[in-house]
Design a protein around this ligand. Sequence first.
Ligand code: HPA
Ligand code: ZN
Length: 350
Amino acid sequence: MHTLPTIAPERLPDLLAASPKAELHIHIEGSLEPEMIFALARRNGVALPYDDVEALRRAYAFTDLQSFLDIYYAGASVLLHEQDFYDLALAYLARGATDNVVRAEIFFDPQTHTARGVSMETVVRGLHRACVDARARFGISAALIMSFLRHLSEEDAFATLEQAMPLLDHIIGVGLDSSELGHPPEKFARVFARCRQLGLHVVAHAGEEGPPAYIWGALDVLHAERIDHGVQAVHDAALVRRLAAERIPLTVCPLSNQKLCVFPELAQHNLPQLLAAGLVATVNSDDPAYFGGYINDNFRQTFAALPALTAQHAWQLARNSFEASFAAEAERQAWQQRLEACFEQHAQRG
Ligand code: HPA
Ligand code: ZN
């Protein structure tokens, strides 16, 4: 397709929903819905400090990243057995398929589980089996990214990598998440160097709440291939130029940013600014069970709040998600063709 077909503005919401897309920033523990927390608590005999689903949902009022993480780690305590991890991931992938996610690169936080006595093997085998089954059942391509918790030590990250060694066939890369402020990327320089030697892809959360310096650190010290969030980059013009020149993708999560008060309102989100600067920005859900929306909710609400965003941006965001993905080139080209077909269809039927 040489020129983008004209899309009537009223068709944009449908187009956003129907568009094939890759989701590159989703924490599987963040897709644990309150209903599943209660079902797993019952199944596993785990006591919860909330009476019911509604009481738990009422606790989802966050003021910053840490206020969210405290509840998110507590919710994950119901995950004990391989089947629990399977059920969690399969539910997310089934939901993703209805949002026309064709590719999901899924973060998991093993240290949240191994610290409670759940083995690495239990976690990875359950998640991996769901990825395999989801491909057969929903036609969705899925892969796992092991994320280190940055509030813990580098030594702890090394021990986690050691536990994952026999399972590396099931893991495409590593990431860095949890409490950002006070835990710069430099803290994990050696473990990320080792991961790169092992042939793993490298990404890192940076510039969600933290300063541009953390994004520089993720690039220069960790050699991150993508930056998760990265929205604080706009405060450093040289950094924006670098990200654009090197086509380093940003996995932006608008509803997450709003719920964690990174931006007071979606209408103030800087996604249009990031795209205007030529950055390879993508839209993702982060922790959909906690932030009130899956990927299509993120697209719909963000475009509704920001009239500057048009069909041209919808096109760019989907394209960016394929470019930023770690999938094989042939797969990425096939998704790009589906994107073109989807746009043609929405233009013609108007
Ligand atoms: N930031 C850091 N750590 C996280 C997040 C996030 O948005 N979600 C889950 N763990
Ligand atoms: Zn995240």
